[in-house]
Design a binder for this molecule. Structure first.
Ligand SMILES: [Zn+2]
Length: 592
């Protein structure tokens, strides 16, 4: 295999499911692919295409393309591609039936031909969503109107949550009774099995059922589609058993590791601002939104996990985090921050000072302006960690210096960019009065390994992106050239992995799959040469062909040099002489 060529490159063209299901076709016809994709990435028009930075791999220059005419997207950096279904599946982590049902709903197509089992499963899930939403409404109405809820209302008001915000976040109240919700929802026709599945009721030892949440202020938790998937209940009176907060347990629709509180309302402003503010508690989110700072979400008390970060990555690459900066809070936050750094996020720390308040909610209730200022002043996390290390360790001592360096270098090695690593190592070197060379030699291995892995990745990507042989074939298809031109090269001219593609280009377009391949090739040309005239493209074809020939020659020279070394090692002098002759003539041909 040559120059890190991805052997699956050509084969991936054939992955599309060209299903002939008329309902799928109907959805495809009605679906606006550009509209769907632009909910996740910022698309820029480029001729008949749209371009973006790929949401599926990290890249600086856009190689992700969408063709509305062909109803296709394709990334020339990571070779992912497909239609609206594959896009949604990949970006939302859905399986095909889930994507089908999401897009059916989006396009208003009523699915008829689902298998009875699929339908049963989908209906069951829908009932769980329905009863969670109904539960949220019941709690909301109780908080707003019920006679027994004065104290709860007073509490919510004392926390500064106004009526509009209460309505927007569906804040509610579960009274101190055993089965208010169970009775209400049963009367609305929900089966107790649905209520159990939704995590709303609990089966008692004596076989009866009772409400999970009692005497609690209820905060519904929405997924990023805005569906109620669970609740956090905060106790109203300190007397009762159970923790200050009770959450919905893991259910078929409630998976804490994939949720960010407030994201359904924050997504658009996060995208607009290019950054997300991450706070700890639900009240912090609610207060922040009420104060007009809407790009705020909460991780709900846990360290940020990979699924949550990947969700955020769709909208922004800068995170401003307000976490408890005491030692325990820092420790809890650190794992998530390391993960964020390693995923290429820029992470900043929002620091509350002196009498700003104990958390964002507290700070906002004192002064929105102070909170905004603290958000603006947020400093890079590594900077903050250096400051902390200098304070926490006795850096006048050799041991303290070593501990401080270990602490911060543990973060720096997580950063994927070598340039950023270098920047922070310089900063650390001057703060700790350790020579940069010494830091490099002490931690060099870790930094270097990380760095070389990064470079390798980048190289592999750009070689796939700039793969001249694919480009040559793409130009061939785009210009609809005479296939005699291709016959000038024998099959060995092309990398092995491209042989199926060459064969296709030579035989032409016959069915859905091959039309698909030509579509991808056409997008490839558009990416490389946006708005080139046909004449210019012909020139490019000649250039690329020449470049490919040179590549071929170089490969042959390298291969012969290899055989010469082998023959020498065996002491086969005749063979060496023979090969040297070929070698010399090839070198001459190549002009070297
Ligand atoms: Zn990609």
């Amino acid at each position: 295999m040559w120059y890190g060529q991805d052997p699956h490159y050509a084969l991936r063209f054939t992955h599309y499911d060209m299903s002939s299901d008329p309902q799928i076709q109907e959805i495809k016809d009605k679906l606006d692919l550009v509209e769907l994709i632009s909910e996740y990435v910022t698309l820029n028009r480029s001729g008949n295409y749209f371009k973006a930075r790929c949401p599926f791999h990290q890249e600086k220059t856009p190689s992700f393309m969408v063709s509305p005419d062909r109803d296709r997207w394709h990334c020339f950096g990571c070779s992912e591609g497909g239609d609206g279904f594959t896009f949604l599946q990949k970006i939302e982590g859905l399986d095909f039936p889930e994507a089908l049902s999401a897009l059916a709903q989006r396009t208003g197509v009523v699915l008829k031909k689902r298998s009875p089992q699929d339908k049963k499963q989908a209906d069951a899930l829908q009932r769980v969503y329905n009863c969670l939403f109904d539960a949220a409404s019941v709690y909301q109405i109780i908080l707003r109107d019920a006679d027994g809820a004065q104290e709860a209302r007073a509490y919510v008001e004392s926390r500064g949550v106004n009526k509009d915000t209460q309505a927007a976040f569906m804040v509610g109240f579960a009274p101190e009774k055993w089965d208010v919700l169970y009775q209400t929802l049963s009367k609305r026709g929900y089966d107790v099995s649905d209520l159990l599945k939704a995590g709303l009721v609990i089966k008692s030892d004596r076989g009866g059922f009772y409400d999970r949440f009692r005497d609690r202020i209820m905060f519904p938790i929405f997924d990023h589609h805005g569906r109620v998937v669970g609740f956090t209940g905060r106790m109203l009176h300190n007397t009762q058993k159970g923790g200050k907060y009770v959450n919905t347990p893991q259910t078929p629709v409630f998976d804490k590791s994939r949720l960010l509180y407030g994201l359904d309302r924050a997504a658009q402003s996060i995208r607009k601002a290019g950054k997300a503010i991450i706070v700890e508690g639900q009240m912090d989110v609610i207060a922040s939104h009420q104060a007009g700072i809407e790009n705020t979400v909460a991780s709900s008390g846990t360290a940020l996990g990979e699924a949550q970060l990947k969700l955020l990555k769709r909208y922004a690459t800068k995170l401003k985090m307000a976490f408890d900066t005491d030692e325990a809070g820092q420790k809890a936050a650190r794992r998530g921050i390391e993960l964020a750094l390693s995923l290429g996020f820029e992470v900043f720390v929002i620091e509350l000072k002196g009498d700003d308040g104990k958390d964002p909610d507290d700070c906002i209730s004192k002064s929105v302006e102070v909170w905004k200022q603290r958000v603006d002043e947020a400093i890079p996390f590594v900077q903050w960690a250096i400051n902390m290390a200098v304070t926490n360790f006795d850096i006048a001592s050799a041991r303290g210096k070593k501990q401080a360096a270990d602490d911060v270098m543990g973060l720096i090695v997580k950063i994927p960019s070598v340039i950023e690593q270098d920047h922070w190592m310089r900063s650390l070197s001057s703060r700790l009065s350790i020579a940069l060379d010494v830091l490099r030699s002490e931690y060099g291995n870790k930094v270097a390994v990380k760095a070389s892995r990064q470079t390798q990745k980048t190289e592999k990507r750009s070689s796939a992106k700039k793969n001249p042989f694919v480009l040559l074939l793409a130009l061939f298809v785009r210009l609809d050239l005479d296939k005699a031109l291709l016959d000038e090269f024998d099959e060995q001219f092309y990398p092995q992995a491209l042989h199926p593609l060459v064969k296709f280009v030579k035989t032409g377009y016959t069915d859905d799959t091959t039309i698909e391949i030509s579509n991808v090739l056409l997008m490839r040309v558009e990416l490389a040469y946006p708005s080139f005239s046909t004449e210019q493209l012909h020139d490019e074809f000649s250039d690329v062909r020449e470049y490919c020939s040179k590549q071929l020659l170089q490969r042959r020279i390298a291969s012969i040099a290899h055989h010469i070394r082998d023959a020498e090692a065996r002491g086969d002098n005749d063979r060496v002489a023979q090969l040297l002759e070929v070698y010399t003539s090839l070198r001459e041909k190549s002009g070297a």
